[in-house]
Design a protein. Structure first.
Ligand code: T5A
Length: 210
């Protein structure tokens, strides 16, 4: 496709919002100004309804398999109706989470088989994948303390135990070790250092594309 899809991943409070701002800045300074933004779950009217179901702390337990299927239902709506059309027009798309979140959270966190998740992905999205993924890596302790400092309470996922986020983080790191398109940033450090590393990764990506 003519455009490029850059995704930011990480556990809660890893600093994905700050990372997206840096990506945008680097792209604009390189003359890439026609940008599309997405977030997952969500990003289209139907996908946003699924997001509300997924994040609310309701009285009915959401089973792990339902969670996985709703994540992919949301993702397929977003990829088909927003991401692919933008890429076909030659635009850059910056995504707040994508498929790797399902591998890390529903696979690593919930314990659903990674083969099953990757098979489902292939079935509904084929070989579609981001051109670059930036994984903001923090310990769950640091990430959750940042979430709490925002003072907005915790959603259904943020209410999980530390052990859940440790499994999610380990799965993210294992996937990154096996895929050169995933770049890991140590996001436990002060923001200036984190920003400098993100800048280098995105500059390198843009230069490699000419
Ligand atoms: N999910 C999602 C799945 O389980 N499977 C899936 O397939 C998908 C797509 C989405 C939830 O759904 C789950 C994962 C999630 O639990 P969400 O509300 O979109 O829910 O949650 P998050 O994406 O985690 O969003 P957050 O806002 O919680 O995380 P961010 O974006 O990483 O946090 P951010 O950037 O706002 O930073 C948090 C705070 O830390 C500070 C920032 O200023 C901010 O206040 N900060 C730093 N402070 C000090 N030093 C640094 N280096 C800092 N970097 C940031």
């Amino acid at each position: 496709m003519a455009g490029k899809f850059i995704v930011v991943e990480g556990i809660e409070g890893a600093g994905k919002s700050s990372c997206i701002a840096v990506i945008e800045d680097v792209l604009r300074k390189n003359g890439i100004t026609d940008l599309e933004y997405t977030r997952e779950p969500g990003g289209t009217p139907i996908a946003e309804k699924l997001r509300a179901i997924l994040l609310e702390k309701g009285s009915e337990k959401v089973s792990d398999e339902t969670e996985l299927l709703l994540m992919y239902a949301s993702r397929v709506q977003l990829v088909n109706n927003k991401i692919k059309p933008a890429l076909e027009q030659g635009r850059y798309v910056i995504g707040d989470r994508h498929d790797l979140s399902s591998v890390a959270y529903q696979g690593g966190g919930r314990g659903i088989s990674l083969d099953l998740i990757k098979g489902l992905k292939r079935m509904v999205l084929g070989d579609f994948k981001p051109d670059l993924t930036i994984l903001m890596d923090v310990t769950p302790e640091i990430g959750l303390s940042r979430v709490d400092n925002r003072g907005q309470g915790r959603d259904r996922f943020e209410s999980e135990k530390i052990e859940f986020f440790t499994r999610v983080r380990n799965c993210y790191l294992a996937e990154a070790a096996a895929d050169p398109t995933i770049k890991v940033i140590d996001a436990t450090r002060p923001l200036e250092q984190v920003v400098a590393d993100i800048r280098n990764v995105v500059e390198g990506f843009v230069c490699s594309r000419g």
